[in-house]
Design a protein around this ligand. Structure first.
Ligand SMILES: [Zn+2]
Length: 358
């Protein structure tokens, strides 16, 4: 993962991930990790992530929830978030974030066709350039500490003679990887471990401003963000699709400048991932369960009810109500299935059977 992505992720999810826990996955999964961490943090702020890594090709998140007196309901919702993140990672290229597939070739990995085609050349470059990569890390760490801030790696590390532009880009990816791992506690030959703490205190030059802007907007416009989240979910309900959130947000904040607009769209995405707006609209019959489930990555209506429970929100209806309405002819089976987000008629028949009429 790139150093700036790693730092942005930590900033968005602090304090649930500490500096000595590596985010040991590729750039392509950064959004999945971020959404999962923000959701977990929201469910229980005392949770601490212990591992973020790829295992058997997929994303694995380990949290220490079981030791922190977290209710089983919250734990269930956290498990659902972790499963969803893992499922998403299995169809997302770990390197570039495009759609990918699980490949088994010596090791398991998820790659798109383009990245898989480059895999061997990329690995060969990494093994040939091991020493140059470490040299670049040593230089970058020393230069950053003496400057008192982090600069874009691309501007600090000059291309090595003989490398094509593509190879130089892969080389920089390696340097980014090693730096993020080192920052979290791994070793690089010839780098003094005592430099780690001061390095952790550094921020990217233009990051301070961006950070202040994001915090300021999220605080001052919190009400606006919540209202936008409700409007977004209703729009999904009205059109019966998962509306592109970027397009929706850009339209809603079209009068803001690009930087502010991006902050607001990111805040909106986080607000949807929290699930509160989604279940609030769902419990009022304004978005079908099928869409609500997709918005929060819920496996079944049970997950939606769990969010309501954890948030201490009253459900507008219960599965038993739906079953009785359908049996009484007040609602069609299709409507009942859509409201609860049940896709399999057999499952719905089982629900109806569980609630005898009268
Ligand atoms: Zn790819």
């Amino acid at each position: 993962m790139r150093l700036n992505t790693d730092l942005a992720l930590r900033r968005a999810c602090a304090p649930i991930i500490s500096d000595d826990v590596a985010i040991g996955v590729g750039e392509g999964w950064s959004r999945i990790v971020r959404d999962a961490l923000v959701s977990i943090w929201d469910i229980h702020p005392a949770i601490r992530l212990q591992q973020v890594k790829a295992k058997m090709g997929g994303l694995v998140l380990f949290a220490d929830g079981r030791h922190r007196r977290i209710s089983w309901q919250a734990q269930e919702v956290i498990d659902a978030v972790r499963r969803r993140a893992s499922d998403q990672s299995l169809t997302t290229c770990e390197l570039c974030g495009h759609s990918g597939r699980l490949i088994h070739a010596g090791e398991w990995r998820v790659r798109c066709d383009g990245c898989e085609a480059d895999q061997i050349l990329r690995q060969r470059l990494a093994s040939v350039c091991v020493h140059q990569v470490e040299e670049a890390c040593r230089y970058y760490i020393a230069a950053s500490i003496s400057a008192g801030h982090l600069s874009d790696l691309e501007r600090v590390i000059m291309p090595i003679g003989g490398l094509s532009p593509q190879e130089h880009a892969w080389f920089l990816d390696e340097v980014h990887d090693r730096l993020t791992w080192w920052r979290a506690g791994s070793r690089i030959d010839g780098v003094d471990e005592r430099l780690r703490e001061p390095f952790r205190g550094l921020v990217l030059t233009d990051d301070g401003d961006r950070q202040r802007l994001a915090l300021d907007q999220r605080t001052r416009r919190a009400g606006e963000i919540r209202a936008a989240a409700l409007a977004y979910v209703r729009e999904c309900g009205r059109r019966n699709v998962v509306v592109d959130i970027e397009v929706f947000g850009n339209g809603r904040w079209k009068r803001d400048g690009a930087a502010k607009r991006q902050v607001m769209v990111d805040a909106l995405r986080d607000e949807i991932a929290r699930g509160v707006a989604v279940v609030d609209v769902w419990r009022r019959f304004e978005v079908p369960g099928t869409i609500a489930r997709r918005l929060v990555g819920a496996r079944s209506y049970g997950d939606l009810y769990r969010i309501l429970m954890v948030q201490d929100m009253e459900p507008g209806f219960r599965p038993g109500d739906i079953a009785l309405w359908v049996k009484a002819g007040k609602m069609s089976s299709e409507e009942g299935m859509s409201i609860l987000g049940i896709e399999d008629p057999t499952d719905f028949a089982a629900l109806l059977a569980a609630f005898p009429a009268g």
